[in-house]
Write a protein that binds this ligand. Structure first.
Ligand code: GUN
Length: 279
C-alpha cells in the first residue's frame, strides 16, 4: 500500500502557520494585502479567484478585488498595474490567467513589480530561482516541494523525473528539485523513450495535462509519484495525469486527485503573500 500524500491536510497546516504569523504582524500594526485582478468572465478563473480571496480571508491577509470587463484594453490593465505597483499598502499583485485574446500576457506579467509578483512569473523571479537567489517561486512547484518535505520524503541524491516543461510548473519544478540536490531529468512531448526515462525515477512529478496518461508501466516499483494534473471526466469526477488505480499499487507514496497538489497551490500563494510584506 502506498503512502497517500494528503495535500488537504498539509495545505491546512501551511495556512494555519501563515494565519498565526499574520496575527503577529497585525499585532505590530502591519498588514499583508493582495490585489487580485480578473479580466473577463471565464468561469474556471472566477472559481480560482473566489478561492484565493477565501484563503486570504482565512489567513488574515487583506484582499482587494479588481474585476474588469472582457473588453478591457491592455493599456487600461497596464495602468492599473502601474497604480498598484506604486501603492505602499499593496504588497502582492496577482493577475489571473488566462487573459482575454488581444491582451499580451507576457507584457502584463512583466509590468508587475518583481517585489509584488506573488505568482513568481516575472522574469526577474524566474531568473533568481535559476541561480538560487531569494525571490518569489511559482506556487504549484513550491507546493510540491512542501508536500515532499512534510511527508518525510528525502529529495537529496534521488533520481527526480519531471514530465512537462511549462514555465509555470515543469521548468520551476526542475529548478527546485535541483536546489534540493536531486538529480533531475525533464521530459516533454519530444522525449524519445518516455517510459525508459520515467522508470528511472525515485521521484516522478507529472504535469503534462493528459488525463490518466501515466500508468504503472511508466513507474518503478517504490517510486514517489506526484500528480499535478487535474481533469473533469465525463462522469463528472476529477482525475489527474496519473492513472491512480494502476499506479498506486507500485508506488511507495502518491498524491491523489483531488486533494493532492491542488490545495497546495493556494497555500503557497498565501505563503508568498506573507513574504511579500518584507519584499
Ligand atoms: N491560472 C491558472 N493557474 C494560475 C496561477 O497559478 N496564477 C495565475 N495568476 N493564473 C492562473
Amino acid at each position: 500500500m502506498a503512502q497517500i500524500i494528503d495535500g488537504k491536510a498539509i495545505s491546512q497546516a501551511v495556512k494555519d502557520e501563515i494565519k498565526s504569523r499574520t496575527a503577529e504582524l497585525s499585532a505590530k500594526g502591519t498588514e499583508a494585502c493582495l490585489a487580485v485582478i480578473l479580466v473577463g468572465e471565464d468561469p474556471a478563473s472566477q472559481v480560482y479567484v473566489k478561492n484565493k480571496k477565501k484563503a486570504c480571508e482565512y489567513c488574515g491577509i487583506k484582499s482587494l478585488s479588481y474585476e474588469l470587463p472582457a473588453d478591457t484594453t491592455e493599456e487600461k490593465l497596464l495602468e492599473l498595474i502601474a497604480e498598484l505597483n506604486e501603492r505602499s499598502d499593496v504588497n502582492g499583485i496577482l493577475v489571473q490567467l488566462p487573459l482575454p485574446k488581444g491582451i499580451d500576457e507576457d507584457r502584463v506579467l512583466d509590468a508587475i513589480s518583481p517585489d509584488k509578483d506573488v505568482d513568481g512569473f516575472h522574469p526577474v523571479n524566474v531568473g533568481k530561482l535559476s541561480i538560487g537567489k531569494k525571490g518569489f517561486v511559482s506556487c504549484t512547484p513550491a507546493g510540491v516541494i512542501q508536500l515532499l518535505k512534510r511527508s518525510g520524503i528525502e529529495i537529496s541524491g534521488k533520481e527526480c523525473v519531471v514530465v512537462g516543461r511549462s514555465n509555470i510548473v515543469g521548468k520551476p519544478m526542475s529548478m527546485l528539485l535541483l536546489q534540493e540536490n536531486g538529480t533531475v531529468t525533464v521530459c516533454h512531448s519530444r522525449t524519445k523513450d518516455l517510459k525508459e526515462v520515467t522508470k528511472r525515477a525515485d521521484i516522478l512529478v507529472v504535469a503534462i495535462g493528459k488525463p490518466k496518461f501515466i500508468d504503472a508501466s511508466y513507474v518503478k516499483e517504490g517510486a514517489v509519484v506526484i500528480d499535478v494534473g487535474i481533469h473533469r471526466q465525463d462522469d463528472g469526477k476529477l482525475c489527474g495525469d496519473v492513472d491512480y488505480a494502476s499506479v498506486e499499487p507500485v508506488a511507495s507514496a502518491i498524491t491523489p486527485v483531488p486533494g493532492g497538489v491542488g490545495p497546495m497551490t493556494i497555500a503557497m500563494l498565501m505563503y508568498n503573500c506573507l513574504a511579500s510584506v518584507d519584499a
